[in-house]
Design a protein. Structure first.
Length: 82
């Protein structure tokens, strides 16, 4: 009997991997944001805020069209590449 993969569960696992990867990125951006606040650099603050929002938005990606686990494994948001 072949193993059946629950694709919906696999999608959540993939999103959890994204969350784990983005956590230290967000933490580093928090530090950079505070440095920009201390320096009074509002342009840098806006740039960092946009990066943080992009990282937060990755878990909102629509994966409804994905029905193959191998295709799902290949999806990795560019903003998570370190």
């Amino acid at each position: 009997m072949p193993i059946k993969i629950n694709i919906e569960k696999a999608k959540e696992i993939q999103k959890d991997r994204w969350r784990e990867t983005r956590k230290p990125l967000l933490e580093n951006l928090d530090i950079e944001f505070m440095k920009a606040v201390e320096a009074g650099d509002t342009d840098e603050q806006q740039l960092i805020a946009a990066k943080k929002q992009e990282l937060r938005d990755i878990t909102e990606v629509d994966l409804s069209e994905i029905n193959d686990v191998n295709e799902l494994k290949d999806i990795w948001p560019e903003c998570l590449e370190v």
